[in-house]
Design a binder for this molecule. Sequence first.
Ligand code: PHE
Length: 339
Amino acid sequence: MLSDLTSLHTEALTALDAASDETALEALRIDYLGKKGKLTALSSGMKDVPPDIKKDVGAKLNEVRTAITDGITSRQLAFQAAKDAASVSGLDITLPGRPGQGTGSLHPLTQIRHLAISTLRRMGFALAEGPEIETEWHCFDALNTPADHPARNESDTFYLNDGRLLRTHTSSVQIRTMETVKQLPVRIIAPGAAYRRDEIDATHLSVFNQLEGLYVDKDVSLADLKGTLEYFFREIFGPKTAVRFRPHFFPFTEPSFEIDVKLEAKGKEDRWIEIAGCGMVDPAVFEAVGQTRKDTLFDPTEITGFAFGLGLDRLAMILHGITDIRHLIENDLRFLRQF
Ligand code: PHE
């Protein structure tokens, strides 16, 4: 058997050298290593080999199998390399590029996202993220939103067949973050897509861009919330921008506010434009987080927090005077070249 193996070894390597293309190589592979191949046939003789030399024969068998397999692989690589070389022949990769194509620029939405993130990072907020396909727990229940709340309706929310949904706001990242952090303070922002089953028009798309903020620690106050957001909007819209907090309702904050900024239009009366939602984190949210964590880091009697959520599309529209949100996704170069 040992000598059979040796001659098979030599025979196979000679045949491999002679193979002229990948088809011939594949035929050889089947001929030697296939189910009915020569090597396979030889190895079935193992059972008749006397015990005292079984070990040597086994080792030889493995050596021959490895040699043939390696031989096939190296021939395969050589064929592939030859093919690659042929496909680029006549192509001069040292030619200089063609000038005058112009450089692109960042999409207005990307620009505003960068500006918002860098402003808030300077203030100590770290980036966080969460999935766009969410559970009802993270999007609603843990955010103190009862099962019969209209936002949970099938006509407002995209549900998947398995009961999960496309997140309707980035507030789900508040929960994701609080469920996993190791210590306080939590000071995060989470930019990302949100989905709603809205009728598409000049101010609504079924997917839009939000930026969530959350700050939790001992003694976080409403004054911190106001100071942070006033500073933020003045960085975005200019130092004289007037910002007002109007009482509102969100299930997950108490008290809750909508934030308006005053836009000064030349020749026209100033307008207040709603730009964000915010509030002090409702203790019920901390309690929900505590249920998952099973520790007392978010004990609502010990800590407080604020949260906010703003629409980045809206921010870009206001900043640039864009009147139709659909411009932001149509990629019309006449529109994009303005930024
Ligand atoms: N999630 C709210 C929305 O989408 C905004 C919000 C975030 C409000 C955080 C309060 C606190 O409308």
